[in-house]
Design a protein around this ligand. Structure first.
Ligand code: CP
Length: 324
């Protein structure tokens, strides 16, 4: 660390109990707030020196990715390194899975390399929960099929909080492929617990009325809800998870649900435009909106590092022999 620079590290929260981060559905508002607060403290600590912290020195974090990723994988890796940990980068495509090794055997093999936490992404919902039952180390969910993507939900909420100060009372619309979106689920649970009004909006084939049971507003017409929204989170249509196309054409979808410059003119002056990414320009968002002054898409990416630093430290950092 740089001489003469006062790096303020967070104290380990006395009320933090979890060994795994599997979903936001089962976290309390207080626990979500701890994650957000620690993320901001670690973000500030790193920014003050631009040098690695030592909170996870001697630890090893393994990224187990069975699905593609740009943002989540690289930011988990960077987060671990900024905390002083070593990393293992596992990709199923170039692994012994191709020789018939099972998922559990693969995970146990990686764990046997003195690993303190595995970060897992898999197309099957519940995969991280399965690993948490079979491994002794911490497990972090980096996206399990359409189920949840807790660190994405947290980084989205952190980004809103940094712009608006508080999430409570805001109207946040999740627009697009709610049916197949793990990001939507993690946002819904996290935002509802922190007091936001959540709207899910998209074609009826992709947005279930069942969400109303959980206190979520369901809408099928973006233009009707637009004037009430403080935040729009624009979700990609996940064609890879669909057997049949859920609307007649991508062009028709874009006409009804894409955020365009014209729709921006009918929005609240301070509206935040978000997207978990990857974005499909011209489908859920046009280039002038994605790159425009209301877009915080790249800030979301950057906040992903801080959230993942917080999650890794809170899950791994208090183990015996690890300096905190
Ligand atoms: N948002 C998100 O999960 O992006 P990646 O698939 O690139 O990790």
């Amino acid at each position: 660390m740089s001489d003469g620079v006062d790096v303020r590290l967070p104290d380990f929260p006395a009320n933090w109990q979890h060994r795994h981060l599997l979903d936001l559905e089962r976290l309390s508002a207080e626990e979500i707030t701890v994650l957000l607060d620690v993320a901001e403290q670690l973000q500030a600590a790193f920014a003050s020196t631009r040098e690695k912290l030592t909170l996870l020195k001697g630890c090893t974090i393994a990224n187990l990715f069975f699905e593609n990723s740009t943002r989540t994988r690289n930011s988990f890796s960077l987060a671990a390194k900024r905390l002083g940990a070593d990393t293992i980068e596992f990709s199923s495509g170039s692994s012994s899975v191709a020789k018939g090794e099972t998922f559990i055997d693969t995970a146990k093999t990686i764990e046997a390399m003195d690993v303190d936490a595995v970060v897992v992404r898999h197309s099957a919902p519940g995969t991280p929960h399965l690993l948490a039952r079979h491994l002794n180390c911490s497990v972090l969910n980096a996206g399990d099929g359409p189920h949840e993507h807790p660190t994405q939900g947290l980084l989205d909420i952190l980004t809103i909080r940094q712009h608006r100060g508080d999430v409570r009372g805001l109207t946040v619309a999740l627009v697009g492929d709610i049916a197949h979106s793990r990001t939507a689920r993690s946002n819904i649970w996290g935002l509802k617990k922190l007091g936001a009004h959540v709207i899910v909006c998209g074609p009826a084939t992709l947005v279930s009325r069942q969400w109303e049971k959980f206190g979520v507003e369901v809408a099928y017409n973006l233009d009707q809800i637009l004037p009430r929204c403080d935040v729009l989170n624009l979700l990609r249509i996940q064609f890879e998870r669909q057997a049949t196309r859920p609307f007649p054409s991508v062009h028709e979808y874009a006409l009804l649900y894409a955020m365009t410059a014209e729709r921006m003119r009918r929005s609240r002056p301070q509206i935040l435009i978000m997207a978990p990414g990857p974005i499909n320009r011209g489908v859920e968002i046009t280039p002038e909106v994605a790159d425009g002054p209301h877009s915080v898409i790249l800030q979301q990416v950057n906040n992903g590092i801080a959230i993942r630093m917080a999650a890794l430290w809170l899950l791994v950092g208090r183990r015996p022999g690890v300096s905190a």
